[in-house]
Design a protein around this ligand. Structure first.
Ligand SMILES: CC(=O)N[C@H]1[C@@H](OP(=O)(O)OP(=O)(O)OC[C@H]2O[C@@H](n3ccc(=O)[nH]c3=O)[C@H](O)[C@@H]2O)O[C@H](CO)[C@@H](O)[C@@H]1O[C@H](C)C(=O)N[C@@H](C)C(=O)N[C@H](CCC(=O)O)C(=O)O
Ligand SMILES: Nc1ncnc2c1ncn2[C@@H]1O[C@H](COP(=O)(O)OP(=O)(O)OP(=O)(O)O)[C@@H](O)[C@H]1O
Ligand SMILES: N[C@H](CCC[C@H](N)C(=O)O)C(=O)O
Ligand SMILES: [Mg+2]
Length: 488
C-alpha cells in the first residue's frame, strides 16, 4: 500500500516533510515495535508504561522506518505525521494495512473476570465439530486453524491482532473465538476489531493493580459492549443474566441482547443440574424448547461457560441439536480442573483459579467429590492485585482442611511479602502451612495426603514456567504432582 494513501485515512493534525523526502513509497509494515521494523516500515510511537516510543525514533529509522506517526514533537530526518492519539492511529492504520481482516471473519469476543479461556475453547470445539475452520485468540496461545502461535498477552497489541486476523483470513478461517481482557479494552487493543458477537461471563475482583477500583474495572469490561453495534446493526451481546453486573452491561450496548443463566428466566437457561464425577447433566430451556445436555466438565461454573458457548454458536447460525451433540465430545481445557490421579485414591486437580471467585467456585466444585479432606496449595502472583491475596486465603481456608501457602509467579516482589499479604487479617492459622518453594509445597501436600484425599493446586493451571524476579524457569504443576506421586 502506498504511504500517502495510507496516511490519508488518518485525521492528522500536520505532516512534517523534510525537503529530500516524499510519501510515495510502498509501505512494507506498520508497527509500534522497533524490533519488528524492516525497510519502508511505518513506525507508530506509543507512550507506554515502561518506554516512550517517541524516544526510540532514531532506532526505528535505523531499523528501516521511513515514516513516523507521533503525538509529540520530534526532530528527525524522515517524514512525521502528527496525530492527537497514536494508539488510535495505530488501530486505523493497521486495519487498513491488513485490509480490515476482521470484517471477513465471524468474530466473537469474550470478556469477564473468569471463564474466558474456557468459553472460547468450548465455542471453538463446537465450531470444529461442525467442520468450520477456526481461529482462537487467548491466554494459552493464539491459533490459526491448526497452527499454534505463542501468546504474550491474552489479547495482543492492536497491530499484532490485525496481523493475526489477516493470517486467519489467508488460512480461510471462518469463525474466531477471542478473549478480550479489560486491560486490552482500556488500551484500545481491540479498536477496529469488528466483533459480530460479544459475550459477558461474570464480574468479580481482579486486576486492581491496573484499574483504580471496581467501578473502573466494570467500565473497562463494558467497553466491549458499548463499542458493539455503534457502527452497524446485526450485532449480538450475550449476557450472563445471573451476574450482578448484567444490567450495567445490558444498558451499555445498542446491540441485540441474548441472556443466559441458571437462577433466572433467561433466553438460554440451564435447569435440573446433576453433577457427576466426570461431568454434568442439565436441561437447556431455549427458544421455547427443552433439550437434554451432557457436558463432560464438572462444576456449576462450567455450566455457565457452556451456556455462553451454546448461545455464541447459535448466533453463528448453528442448530441447537448439533451444538448439544458437539458439547458431548468436548474435553476439558488444560489446567482447568485437570485431574491427575495418584496412588491410594488420592486425586490432584490443577486449576487456574487466581481470583477469589474462581477459587471459591473450584473448591465448591471439589467439595462434593470427596468424603475425605481437601488440601489446597496456592500462592498469589507478584506485581498483581494485592487486595485479592487475603481474600483468597480466607476462601481456601473456608473450604479446605489444610492450606499450604506457596509462591505463584512472584515476579519482582519478595515472595515472603506476598505471603504476609495472604495472611493479612487471619486469626486462625491452625490449618495453614507455609512452604515458599512450590515444588516442595506440592511434595508436602502429597506426603500429607491420606487415601481418598483431594489435592488442589491452584493459580498456575496450564502455565509451564515460574517467574521469580527476572528469571523464568520451567515449572508445570501437572508434571510436579505426577513426580511427587511417583516419589511417594
Ligand atoms: C502493563 C501493560 O499492559 N503492558 C502492556 C503494554 O506495555 P508497555 O506500555 O509497558 O509498553 P512499553 O514497553 O512501555 O513500550 C511502549 C511502546 O514502545 C515500544 N517499544 C518498546 C521497547 C523497545 O525496545 N521498542 C519499542 O518499540 C513498544 O512496542 C510499545 O509500543 O503494551 C504492550 C503491547 O501491547 C503489552 O505487551 C504489555 O503487556 C504486558 C506484557 C503485560 O503483562 N500486560 C498485562 C497487564 C496484560 O495486558 N494482561 C492482560 C490480561 C490477562 C488476563 O487476565 O488474561 C492481557 O490481555 O494480556
Ligand atoms: N464461569 C466461571 N465463573 C467463575 N469461575 C470460573 C468460571 N470459569 C472458570 N472459572 C475459574 O477461573 C479459572 C480460570 O478460568 P479461565 O481460564 O477459563 O478464565 P479466564 O477468564 O480466561 O482467566 P484469565 O483472565 O486469567 O485469562 C478456572 O480455572 C476456574 O477456577
Ligand atoms: N491473566 C492473569 C493470570 C494470572 C496467573 C497467575 N499465575 C499469576 O501469575 O498471577 C494475569 O496476568 O494477571
Ligand atoms: Mg484467559
Amino acid at each position: 500500500m502506498n504511504a500517502q494513501t495510507l496516511i490519508n485515512s488518518l485525521n492528522y493534525r500536520r505532516i512534517s516533510l523534510p525537503a529530500d523526502q516524499d510519501l510515495d513509497f510502498e509501505v512494507s509494515l506498520v508497527s509500534q515495535n522497533t524490533h519488528e521494523l524492516i525497510p519502508n516500515s511505518v513506525f507508530i510511537a506509543i507512550s507506554g508504561f515502561k518506554t516512550d516510543g517517541h524516544d526510540l525514533v532514531t532506532q526505528a529509522i535505523n531499523q528501516g522506518a521511513r515514516l513516523i506517526v507521533a503525538q509529540k514533537p520530534l526532530q528527525v530526518k524522515v517524514p512525521v505525521v502528527y496525530v492527537r492519539d497514536t494508539r488510535r492511529a495505530m488501530a486505523t492504520l493497521s486495519a487498513i494495512f491488513y485490509d480490515h481482516p476482521s470484517q471477513k471473519l465471524h468474530l466473537t469476543g469474550v470478556t469477564g473476570t473468569n471463564g474466558k479461556t474456557t468459553v472460547t475453547h468450548l465455542l471453538d470445539a463446537i465450531y470444529r465439530y461442525h467442520h468450520i475452520k477456526t481461529g482462537l485468540v487467548g491466554t494459552m496461545y493464539h491459533k490459526v486453524d491448526n497452527q499454534y502461535l505463542k501468546a504474550i498477552n491474552t489479547t495482543p497489541a492492536n497491530h499484532k491482532l490485525q496481523k493475526l486476523f489477516a493470517q486467519m483470513v489467508e488460512a480461510k478461517v471462518q469463525a474466531v473465538s477471542m478473549e478480550v481482557s479489560s486491560v486490552a479494552l482500556v488500551q484500545g487493543r481491540t479498536w477496529e476489531a469488528d466483533f459480530n458477537t460479544a459475550i459477558f461471563t461474570n464480574f468479580s475482583q481482579d486486576h486492581l493493580d491496573y484499574h483504580q477500583n471496581m467501578a473502573e474495572y466494570a467500565h473497562a469490561k463494558s467497553l466491549l459492549f458499548s463499542q458493539l453495534g455503534n457502527l452497524q446493526k446485526g450485532k449480538t451481546a450475550i449476557i450472563n443474566q445471573d451476574d450482578t453486573l448484567a444490567d450495567f452491561i445490558i444498558t451499555s450496548t445498542e446491540a441485540q441482547i441474548l441472556t443466559y443463566g441458571i437462577n433466572t428466566d433467561a433466553d438460554f437457561q440451564a435447569t435440573k443440574l446433576h453433577h457427576h464425577a466426570q461431568g454434568t447433566d442439565f436441561t437447556l430451556q431455549a427458544l421455547g424448547q427443552s433439550y437434554a445436555v451432557y457436558l463432560p466438565l464438572v462444576g456449576t461454573h462450567n455450566v455457565y461457560n457452556a451456556l455462553a458457548a451454546i448461545a455464541g454458536a447459535y448466533v453463528y447460525g448453528l442448530d441447537l441439536k448439533t451444538i448439544i451433540a458437539a458439547l458431548k465430545t468436548v474435553t476439558g481445557v488444560k489446567g482447568r480442573l485437570q485431574l491427575v490421579t495418584g496412588p491410594h485414591e488420592i486425586n490432584a486437580f490443577v486449576d487456574y483459579a487466581h481470583t477469589p471467585a474462581a477459587l471459591a467456585n473450584t473448591l465448591q466444585t471439589l467439595k462434593p467429590l470427596t468424603q475425605s479432606r481437601i488440601i489446597t496449595v496456592f500462592g498469589c502472583g507478584g506485581n498483581r492485585d494485592a487486595d485479592k491475596r487475603p481474600k483468597m486465603t480466607q476462601i481456601a481456608q473456608k473450604y479446605s482442611d489444610l492450606v499450604i501457602l506457596t509462591t505463584d509467579n512472584p515476579r519482582q516482589e519478595n515472595p515472603a511479602d506476598i505471603i504476609l499479604d495472604m495472611l493479612r487479617g487471619l486469626d486462625d492459622l491452625s490449618q495453614i502451612e507455609i512452604e515458599l518453594d512450590r515444588r516442595q509445597a506440592i511434595r508436602k501436600a502429597v506426603a500429607l495426603a491420606h487415601p481418598g484425599d483431594v489435592i488442589l493446586l491452584a493459580g498456575k493451571g496450564h502455565e509451564n514456567h515460574q517467574i521469580i524476579g527476572d528469571t523464568i524457569t520451567k515449572f508445570d504443576d501437572v508434571a510436579e504432582v505426577q513426580a511427587a506421586f511417583t516419589c511417594n
